[in-house]
Ligand binder design. Structure first.
Ligand code: GSH
Length: 218
């Protein structure tokens, strides 16, 4: 099979759950590596396909560009129903699936636009920047706690079957304030993300794209 999908992404980034979904579905893809948070040169690589200059951005075999991690994950799952990575439209879990798939980018992921470069909001003042880092980390922790209070996982977040929501939360929960705090704030979801970390089908993938290096839990 040819390289049908092209994904602009980076190790450890929001492209990782998308890459994991592509792997689980069994689709062939290539990654254009662009760690955008490292600076202008990396962001410029993405500008041609995504004027937001962010990853992930997926180019489909038909040449369509899809940005926004949640949209990409939902679209991939819905258009490959045989992989069973999302509740279908008539499934009673669909509403909660969409709820949490929207919550992650709106409440959690959006904080990283500020965290990655606090000067975007507060200029060069180091004290204000440190405050931004602290407050956004606390806000993310609060969001995980609120989500945990509203969800009753089974083996996975929505029940017994893995969905792209599990991939998304497993990756996003490794970012600041990182897993140790996530386990404390979200004890109900903690066993689920550990289960996703341990999925045999993804062991080589995690090692390549988001390794569990010493001290990774924070
Ligand atoms: N809303 C976007 C956010 C994507 C995003 O923030 N990506 C980060 C990398 S993990 C990025 O490219 N940051 C560079 C920037 O915002 O300038 C999504 O959900 O895909």
């Amino acid at each position: 099979m040819g390289m049908d999908f092209t994904l602009y992404g980076a190790a450890g980034s929001g492209s990782v759950p998308v890459e994991a979904a592509l792997r689980l579905i069994g689709l062939d893809y290539q990654v254009v590596e662009a760690p955008t948070w490292e600076g202008e040169a990396e962001r410029a690589k993405v500008a041609a396909v995504n004027p937001m200059r962010q990853v992930p951005a997926l180019i489909t075999p038909a040449g369509e560009v899809i940005t926004e991690s949640a949209a990409i994950l939902i679209w991939l799952a819905d258009s490959h129903p045989q992989a069973r990575l999302a509740p279908t439209l008539d499934d009673r879990r669909r509403a909660q699936f969409l709820r949490w798939m929207s919550f992650i980018p709106a409440a959690v992921y959006s904080m990283f636009w500020v965290r990655d470069e606090p000067s975007r909001l507060v200029g060069a003042d180091p004290k204000a920047q440190a405050e931004i880092q602290q407050r956004t980390a606390d806000r993310i922790a609060d969001c995980w706690r609120m989500m945990d209070s509203q969800i009753t996982p089974g083996r996975f977040l929505l029940g017994e079957e893995i969905t792209v929501l599990d991939l998304y939360v497993a990756v996003a929960s490794r970012w600041t304030p990182r897993r140790r705090r996530f386990y404390a704030e979200a004890p109900g979801m903690a066993p689920v993300v550990r289960r996703v970390d341990a999925l045999p089908a993804l062991q080589d993938f995690w090692a390549e794209r988001f390794p569990f290096d010493d001290g990774w839990e924070g």
